[in-house]
Design a protein around this ligand. Structure first.
Ligand code: 6LW
Length: 525
């Protein structure tokens, strides 16, 4: 895939540093290279792996769980189950990844000599809770911590628990003490954790001890980071992991949400990865509120970086392997896709007959921008194919072509409706789903004629809500078929831990896709 990056200047950087559904980030540095992983839930391949040289500009270089033997997602895996919060570490010449497959109820560790692999088969640990993390003592003792917060002394290669659970510290009383990480810094063991739940009550707290077994003394100013009860545009900040840059500066990667609409606000892109500078005051980490444009401390790693601007994801399907950004719900059997059947095209074969149930053939990308345009050129042949924007099987909008007719279909909870139909000639055509920020929720527009007839905006005022527009390219330019309220494809409606993805699908026969583009679009306001 070709990526185009906009260049801007100034000693500040843009958050989120990894936009779209990239929650529960964990980071490690090896020399001048930084590696980041995130949760992937029911999607295959699992655990996206990104690389950076400056902590700001991240490029996905793979997925750590990319074989069915590493990632068992039973066919009935519910949405937002599967792989929860991973931790990535480098120790003793190896990369270590620990995570939980919630659908199996097991923690697992995989290792690799290089971040690009090969990653080992899993070593399993049947212990309660989620959010496992790893830390090593100088004598090689390996500690596994989990939400709760408990520690276990383990043999990470042999899959044996040697001691524990040892209760460590559960934060300041917020719900769900989770995302614990132990760090050895200046003769102390610091325990960083999150509490308050992964929505707007989220907070990061810290304690320290001379021993990994405790007792832990809380910082005098906990939580060290929370946006709860504020009107900051970034909300739900938490689930952080610390890293020291090559230049000695300290940073926190964390998750946050960018809420839209009012009232109540909602978020559609899932929990995203943010970066915050960390200062040390009297031996404790201090983190300022997280902003979308963050000044970088002078001389620090991101100060010299090109701030991440909007970029375009484009795939011509000229390669013989799928780019790492492509994900599929639950599995992607080898016989449901091909890049060689029709060179230069991605051919998909239907497995399931509906997007309303698990098992359909979908190849999708995480939606990155609130204002976005996603287009595909598809040759449906005699199949049923399209472009879908989805959170899960019960929450998706589809732009589908079948037998010379393009349809806009919406599914939200128990409701399913065809909003528009439009005749198209046989052969390849370009389908587009756009998302746009509006200050009104316009009444649902179900046809191009409706849209043209609307002379003045009417609707419910809601600054910054998002609308999803469906277009098909016609001989006289794009034809807008429908415009639907984006709230039904938000986490607040769908529930769960993921975010929107935009993907190609086939639910009947076979179809081929020539190219796919996802890019930011300027907001109309
Ligand atoms: C994760 C937990 C959480 O395991 O949500 O951020 C869960 N908070 O730490 C799923 O992402």
């Amino acid at each position: 895939p070709r990526r185009c990056r906009a260049v801007s200047t100034g000693a500040s950087y843009r958050n989120p540093v990894v936009p779209g559904f990239h929650p529960d980030p964990s980071v490690c540095r090896v020399g001048a290279d930084y590696y980041l992983v995130c949760s992937s839930f029911e999607y295959f391949p699992g655990v996206p792996l990104l690389h950076s040289r400056d902590l700001v500009t991240w490029r996905q270089i793979g997925n750590i769980l990319d074989r069915p033997g590493q990632l068992e997602l039973p066919a009935d895996t519910e949405a937002s189950r599967g792989i929860f919060a991973p931790t990535l570490r480098h120790h003793d010449g190896r990369f270590w990844l620990v995570t939980t497959n919630v659908s199996l109820g097991r923690h697992l560790i995989v290792t690799a000599p290089e971040p690009t692999g090969p990653w080992s088969d899993p070593v399993y640990f049947d212990l309660p809770h989620v959010d496992p993390s790893l830390a090593w003592d100088d004598d090689g003792t390996c500690w596994l911590t989990t939400s709760g917060v408990d520690a276990y002394r383990i043999d990470p290669d042999g899959g044996r628990v040697l001691e524990g659970p040892i209760p460590l510290w559960s934060g300041t009383g917020g719900q769900y003490p989770e995302a614990p990480h132990l760090y050895r810094i200046d003769g102390w063991w610091y325990l960083l954790l999150s509490e308050g739940g992964t929505h707007t009550g989220h907070a990061v707290s810290v304690a320290r001890s001379r021993s990994p077994r405790g007792p832990f003394t809380p910082a005098p100013a906990n939580p060290i980071l929370t946006h709860r009860g504020t009107d900051l545009p970034v909300q739900a900040t938490g689930h952080g992991d610390l890293v020291q840059a090559l230049d000695g500066s300290w940073w926190l990667v964390l998750l946050g949400i960018r809420a839209r609409g009012q009232w109540p606000p909602y978020h559609a892109l899932g929990r995203e990865t943010f970066l915050a500078p960390v200062r040390w005051v009297d031996g404790w980490p201090v983190v300022d509120p997280v902003r979308e444009v963050t000044p970088a401390p002078p001389g620090s790693a991101p100060a010299g970086a090109t701030p991440a601007g909007p970029d375009t994801f484009h795939d011509d399907f000229d390669a013989t392997v799928l780019a790492p950004e492509w994900i599929s719900p639950r599995s992607r059997p080898d016989d449901c896709w091909s890049l060689t059947a029709r060179p230069g095209w991605l051919t998909l074969h239907a497995v399931g007959a509906t997007l309303d149930l698990a098992g359909a053939t979908i190849v999708a990308l995480r939606q990155r921008y609130h204002d976005s345009r996603t287009s595909v050129r598809v040759d449906p042949g005699t199949g049923v194919a399209g472009l879908t924007i989805r959170i899960d099987e019960a929450h998706h909008y589809d732009l589908e072509v079948r037998a010379g007719i393009v349809r806009v279909i919406g599914r939200a909870g128990p409701f399913r409706q065809v909003f528009a139909t439009h005749a198209v000639p046989d052969g390849p055509l370009v389908l587009t789903i756009a998302t746009r920020t509006h200050d009104l929720y316009p009444p649902t527009v179900t046809s191009a004629a409706d849209l043209a007839a609307r002379t003045a905006p009417r609707g419910v005022r809601a600054a910054g809500c998002d609308m999803v527009t469906f277009e098909v390219a016609g001989p006289a330019g794009p034809v807008v078929l429908a415009e639907l309220d984006g709230r039904y494809l938000s986490t607040e409606v769908a529930a769960g831990f993921t975010g929107r993805v935009v993907g190609m699908y086939v639910t009947g026969g076979s179809a081929a896709f020539d190219w796919f583009t996802h890019r930011p679009a300027a907001a109309p306001h």
